[in-house]
Structures are given as structure tokens and as C-alpha cells.
Design a protein around this ligand. Structure first.
Ligand SMILES: Nc1ncnc2c1ncn2[C@@H]1O[C@H](COP(=O)(O)OP(=O)(O)OP(=O)(O)O)[C@@H](O)[C@H]1O
Ligand SMILES: [Mg+2]
Length: 255
């Protein structure tokens, strides 16, 4: 289980995250949904131990993630929003490099790299240089890199942005496989349909604050009657977009 308690973080006088708390249950997928600048990356960077909060803490299976050496950090895998790969190395050599940073070596490292490449649907491209990969394949390799140390919680920061539909589906297959293996997923996105499709629970963030924290059905139920489609009981479901608009007064994206 991942627990985030009263996280706050400012950059100068800009408040990025303001008193954010939520709980992600083991084996479930929690979505952090919010527009540009909402604070999603700041939150996951804090959970990953990359950024220090001004206040509050993240706990994984009861242990605080508060420094590079904290044991809880090894329970967390992080797929950052910005890719961190060596273009001139092969996929396999990138994973060997990242694995060695976790103290893995030899046959164990090779076995884990092979397994991670399989989960990321990249086994057939293991020996190709990353510079020959599509944007989607690089994203998938980034996911593989986060799996090498066999984390229990995986943080994914907008993993499908700029990804072609085929890679997007491959990422969804990967996530389904990880979920069925009992991994807890934290998935940040500004795509409503991804949050609706993938997440058991959705935390809606705007201006660094939690506006709602609920299941999809719970979020739909928050809509006042006038905002729900009339035929709702028959076929038409309310949309997450309408919930977001109701809570924030603005659309998630103008496009
Ligand atoms: N290193 C930083 N220095 C200064 N301001 C920052 C820094 N990182 C984030 N911010 C600011 O904090 C706020 C939250 O940013 P954050 O990147 O967490 O949002 P986000 O929800 O991930 O947005 P996006 O959808 O664009 O990735 C924004 O106003 C951003 O400009
Ligand atoms: Mg971000």
C-alpha cells in the first residue's frame, strides 16, 4: 500500500502541491488526473524520492520514502515524464546500465533485463540501438528500466504522451500484466479516457489540490442531476469530462 500524507511543495512563491493526501491500495491502479501544471509530476517525483516535499510524506508498505538510501525507495519503480535513455546504446545495454545502478550484475541482471523487455513487448528489439526506436518504443523501454529491481509500486508519469496507437496498446497490455501480478500502479494523465479505462480510483488534481478522490462510479454520482444525461440508466454514462468541469469550472484541455 502507498500512502501520501499532507504533501506540500512550493518552488519559490509558486505553490505546486498543497496538502495532498491519498491512499493507493495494493494491486490497484490509482489515477492522478489533472491539467498542465496541476502538480502531478511534483507529486510522483516526491513519491519516487527524487524531490523532497516541504511538508508531509509518502509511505510505501509502512516505510517512509525520505531519502536516496531509504529502503522504501527500492519498493518503488519510477517511469518519469521525461525519457532517461542512452540513444547510442542498445535497449539491452540501457537496461544493463540501469540495473547496475541498483546493484544488479551478471546472470541475475541479464535475466531481469530479459524479463523486463518481455513485459515491455520489446524482446525482439533488445540488441537494437535506442536511436532507431519510435517514441512509443522508447516509452516502453523506460517502463522496462523501472521494473528491473522488481518494485511493488510503479509510478508512471504520462507514459502515453506522444505515443502511437500501437505502442499505446502495448503499454496498456504491459500494465494489465503488471496489475495481474499484484503491482500497485500510480498513473498520471490528462487523458480522461485513459483514467476511465485503467484506473480503479481517480484523484482529480487542480492547482496542486485534491478536488476529488473516488471510484469512477463515485465520481459520476457527484454530478448534480441536471448535469447527468437523461437516459443515463439505459445506455449513456456520464463522462469524466463532465465531472471534471463540474468540480473545477473549466475543461481539462481546451483542445
Ligand atoms: N523545478 C521547478 N521549478 C519551478 N517550478 C516548478 C518546477 N517543477 C514544477 N514547477 C511548477 O509547479 C507546478 C506544478 O508542476 P508539475 O510539473 O508538477 O505539473 P503537472 O501536473 O505534472 O503538469 P504537466 O501536465 O504539464 O506535466 C507548475 O506551476 C510548474 O510550473
Ligand atoms: Mg507532469
Amino acid at each position: 500500500m502507498l500512502e501520501v500524507r499532507h504533501l506540500s511543495k512550493s518552488f519559490g512563491d509558486r505553490v505546486a502541491v498543497a496538502d495532498v493526501s491519498f491512499v493507493a491500495e495494493t494491486g490497484r491502479t490509482l489515477g492522478l488526473l489533472g491539467p498542465n501544471g496541476a502538480g502531478k509530476s511534483t507529486i510522483v517525483n516526491i513519491i519516487a524520492g527524487v524531490l523532497r516535499p516541504d511538508r508531509g510524506e509518502a509511505r510505501v508498505h509502512g516505510a517512509a520514502v525520505d531519502s536516496d538510501t531509504s529502503p522504501a525507495k527500492r519498493l518503488v519503480g519510477f517511469v518519469p515524464q521525461d525519457l532517461a535513455l542512452y540513444e547510442e546504446l542498445s535497449a539491452l545495454d540501457n537496461l544493463r546500465l540501469f540495473g547496475s545502478l541498483y546493484g544488479l550484475a551478471g546472470a541475475e541482471l541479464d535475466a531481469r533485463a530479459a524479463s523486463a523487455l518481455g513485459v515491455a513487448r520489446l524482446s525482439d528489439r533488445a540488441r537494437d540501438r535506442v536511436e532507431t526506436f519510435s517514441g512509443g518504443m522508447k516509452r516502453r523501454l523506460n517502463i522496462a528500466a523501472a521494473l528491473l529491481h522488481e518494485p511493488r509500486v510503479l509510478l508512471l508519469d504520462e507514459p502515453t504522451v506522444g505515443v502511437d496507437p500501437q505502442s499505446r496498446n502495448a503499454i496498456f497490455d504491459t500494465l494489465a500484466e503488471l496489475r495481474s501480478g499484484g503491482m500497485t500502479l500510480i498513473y498520471t494523465t490528462h487523458y480522461m479516457e485513459e483514467a476511465e479505462r485503467l484506473c480503479d480510483r481517480i484523484v482529480i488534481i487542480d492547482h496542486g489540490r485534491v478536488l476529488a478522490d473516488d471510484t469512477l462510479d463515485g465520481l459520476y454520482a457527484r454530478l448534480p442531476a441536471h448535469a447527468r444525461p437523461v437516459q443515463q440508466v439505459v445506455t449513456v454514462r456520464p463522462t469524466l469530462e463532465s465531472v471534471f468541469l463540474e468540480l473545477t469550472g473549466h475543461r481539462l484541455r481546451d483542445d
